[in-house]
Design a protein around this ligand. Structure first.
Ligand code: NAD
Length: 257
């Protein structure tokens, strides 16, 4: 298991115990990292506070990624408590429900804007906020979460697929920008997992079944398996890997028929 001993990380995107970001938080903490964990609004704050009782001395902060003042406050609080930052996990994504159940051609301007802002632009905003804190540490690692719907059509994934394409492109541009500062930026493209966000996609269960039937491993993946890949990218084990989209999907992406 890769070590994150002596490292400090920011985890964005924990809603509940099923969240992929929570599995990564637990794995990172077990690997020795000190963590700041954010929550979107007070309702989810209760969940996150309860979950975080199992972490040693975490910094818990509210963050709506569309709110620049909250973004600034998060990095200020991290700087005060930890004096720098080694890694960021970005697991925030959202599209209004009707965009994930209507024909794609009906995508609204407002829905497009919201999905792209929360699910893609937020990575750029987080990277910019993290930059001075990572410079203090001589580098860092940023990992986001994406899905194959960025490249292939999955029924009802719709504007979220467009947002994930923008997110993956942002990974490459950020990696090019920040690489000279020894900051790496990567994405993990996870296979489908039943989480709060996934439940918002109409017909999600049929996507799960297709993976069970056709993925080379003939199964879906678990959040702990995504967390294992994240540890590799966050730790020094992945120190030469950047601008990458790492597929953690039981091999489904390689299948034709
Ligand atoms: P989740 O619902 O547990 O996590 C989504 C998170 O996004 C929540 O914590 C939510 O609070 C946060 N979020 C939404 N809007 C926000 C905002 N304005 N400000 C701050 N946070 C906001 O679901 P998840 O499946 O763990 O999703 C995590 C990431 O993994 C997402 O990017 C998702 O697209 C991606 N992903 C999920 C799957 C899957 O099948 N579950 C597959 C591939 C990729």
């Amino acid at each position: 298991m890769a070590s994150l001993s002596g490292k400090t990380g920011l985890i964005v995107g924990v809603a509940n115990k099923r969240s992929i970001a929570w599995a990564i938080a637990k794995a990172a903490s077990d690997a020795g990292a000190k963590l700041a964990v954010t929550y979107q609004g007070e309702r989810l704050g209760e969940n996150v506070r309860e979950l975080a009782e199992g972490l040693p001395d975490p910094l818990l902060l509210p963050l709506d990624v569309t709110d620049d003042a909250q973004l600034a406050a998060v990095f200020e609080a991290i700087d005060q408590k930890f004096g720098g930052l080694d890694f960021v996990v970005h697991g925030a994504a959202y599209a209004p429900p009707h965009e994930l159940s209507s024909p794609f051609v009906q995508t609204t301007r407002a829905g497009f804007s919201t999905a792209l802002d929360i699910s893609a632009y937020s990575l750029i905003a987080l990277a910019r906020g993290a930059l001075p804190l990572m410079e203090k540490r001589g580098g860092g690692s940023i990992v986001t979460l994406t899905y194959l719907g960025s490249e292939r059509v999955f029924t009802n994934y719709n504007v979220m697929g467009v947002a994930k394409a923008a997110l993956e492109s942002s990974v490459r541009y950020l990696a090019a920008d920040l690489g000279p500062k020894n900051i790496r930026v990567n994405a993990i493209s996870a296979g489908p997992i039943t989480t709060l966000a996934a439940k918002g996609i109409a017909g999600f269960n049929s996507i799960l079944q297709v993976y069970r039937d056709r993925a080379p491993l003939r199964r879906t993946v678990e959040t702990s398996e995504v967390a294992g890949a994240a540890l590799f990218l966050l730790s020094d084990a992945g120190r030469a890997v950047t601008a990458e989209v790492l597929m953690v999907d039981g091999g489904y992406h390689a299948t034709g028929m």
